[in-house]
Design a protein around this ligand. Structure first.
Ligand code: GDP
Ligand code: IMO
Ligand code: MG
Length: 442
């Protein structure tokens, strides 16, 4: 038995869903513990592409239990659409369990998120517009509507009658938007509650019993370490805790039940939305990289926005190893670098004002936004890696690139992904039962 957390080590979209999908085979329960429909998790199986926003991707395996945990925020409209989509594709959604305690994203949250972010002008965060920040704000303010309220028409009605007039003051006076109608929302959301009720349980108790019965639990992180509300590049973050510690709070289990933490990182870096990104490439360099015919030209799964791209940042990843307690790494999208002549890895930062060097992320000191990367340049391998299935199949220069990442981070690489599909994977060592190999950092 092993309980495992899969956590994004960068700014999201690291390929967590591909790794979760691989590991789900040997899990009994797959649990989302934070975030909402801002997540966009892509899994490619037998040529079919699945894009999940709320449902854990483990639902694709028959017989698995897919849990939407207490720490998540649920837009019932999106969740019901996902359930319908699965049914249309002949995938049985009956293993889905939604926590009574999860908070509900309401239409006024979507309106406020979108109005608030565009109202920030040059200081906008570039949110996904999925109502995430306002839903978590209501949760912290202790005025949120939870799934247990959504499935109880009396509670729902009472809460909406009190809440909506207050939200309307914001909508009308602050954002010049039309007011929301509590009766209309009630009628629509009461039906959502009825439809979701068969899936709603106390998921914390469910997971506790599963652990007692020696089942394997896999926690699927959404977003990534640097988007964490407490440990990310604040204020350019999301409103939840994607870090591994968040799995205990948001899943409703104790830290002693966790056996292994797997960090997922791309072989380079991407970011969607605003905020600092020291290794970002722009202009001619970016155009040249894209012209190599590789998949650097990425687009967000949820919003379709182009992802900002840049070189691998070892300073940022060392920080991710530290704040998550990562035991081993999965490196994805190595194949995307196949055509490059040279590759850069950021090994340290330099403060552009004082010239000081940083080997650890200077987030807390607020210096992060004015640093420039110090790069080490490695030769490219200029061979396709897409067909490699073992470490030995990889070109020597690709092995050197991976070895250098291990050295810089002090953590072993257990999995390397070389394409979108399940079989495009190199398992170097068992990520769950292999030895915890935390190496000496160089
Ligand atoms: P997530 O949010 O972390 O699950 O990642 P996304 O699904 O948003 O984005 C990752 C994208 O990269 C998806 O389109 C995946 O299918 C794709 N992907 C994952 N691993 C690999 C890989 O090794 N190579 C390539 N070329 N694509 C990959
Ligand atoms: P997955 O799970 C990448 C980013 C948004 C924005 C910031 C805040 O697919 O990795 P929010 O809507 O959460 O208030 O937006 O966070 N963001 C993501 N970026 N992948 C995601 O999820 C993201 N979810 C949110 O672009 O910068
Ligand atoms: Mg994504």
């Amino acid at each position: 038995m092993a309980n495992v957390i899969v956590v994004g080590a960068q700014w999201g979209d690291e390929g967590k869903a591909k790794i979760t999908d691989l590991l789900s085979k040997s899990a009994d329960y797959i649990v989302r513990y934070q975030g909402g429909s801002n997540a966009g998790h892509t899994v490619v199986v037998d040529g079919d592409t699945y894009k999940f926003h709320l449902i854990p991707s483990g639902i694709l395996y028959p017989g698995k239990i897919a849990v939407v945990g207490p720490g998540t925020v649920v837009d019932p409209k999106v969740l019901l659409e996902e359930i319908e989509d699965l049914k249309r594709r002949e995938i049985d959604p009956s293993g889905l369990k939604v926590s009574t305690q999860a908070h509900v994203t309401m239409p006024y949250h979507l309106a406020i998120d979108q109005a608030e972010d565009s109202g920030r002008g040059r200081k906008k965060i570039g949110t996904t517009g999925r109502g995430i920040g306002p839903t978590y704000a209501d949760k912290s303010d202790r005025i949120g509507i939870r799934i247990c309220d959504l499935i109880d028409p009396n509670e729902l009605k009472e809460k909406l009658e009190w809440l909506v007039p207050r939200k309307n003051i914001m909508l009308e006076r602050l954002y010049s938007l039309p007011p929301a109608d509590p009766k209309k929302i009630f009628e629509e959301y009461k039906i959502f509650g009825e439809k979701l009720k068969p899936y709603v349980v106390d998921t914390s108790a469910l997971i506790f019993n599963a652990i007692k019965n020696k089942k394997n639990i896999l926690f699927e992180g959404a977003q990534g370490t640097l988007l964490d509300l407490d440990h990310g590049t604040y204020p350019y973050v999301t409103s939840s805790n994607p870090v591994a510690g968040g799995a205990c709070v948001g899943g409703g289990i104790g830290p002693t039940s966790i056996d292994r933490i797997i960090g997922v990182s791309k072989a380079f870096t991407t970011r969607v939305g605003e905020g600092p990104f020291p290794t970002e490439v722009f202009g001619r360099e970016a155009d040249e990289l894209r012209a190599k015919g590789t998949a650097w030209a990425e687009f967000g799964t949820t919003t379709g926005r182009p992802r900002r791209v840049g070189w691998l940042d070892a300073v940022l990843l060392r920080y991710a190893v530290r704040v998550n307690g990562i035991d081993c790494l999965a490196i994805t999208k190595l194949d995307v670098l196949d055509n490059l002549d040279e590759l850069n890895i950021c090994v340290a930062y330099e403060d552009t004002t004082t010239g000081s060097k940083y080997y650890d992320l200077p987030l807390a000191a607020g210096i992060f936004k004015r640093v420039k990367p110090i790069f080490e340049t490695l030769p490219g391998w200029k061979t396709s890696t897409n067909k490699c299935r073992t470490r030995d199949d990889l070109p020597e220069k690709a092995k050197n690139y991976l070895d250098r990442i291990q050295e810089l981070l002090g953590v072993s690489i257990a999995i390397v992904s070389v394409g979108q599909k399940r079989h495009h994977t190199i398992v170097i060592e068992d990520p769950i039962h292999g030895p915890k190999r935390v190496l000496q950092q160089s």
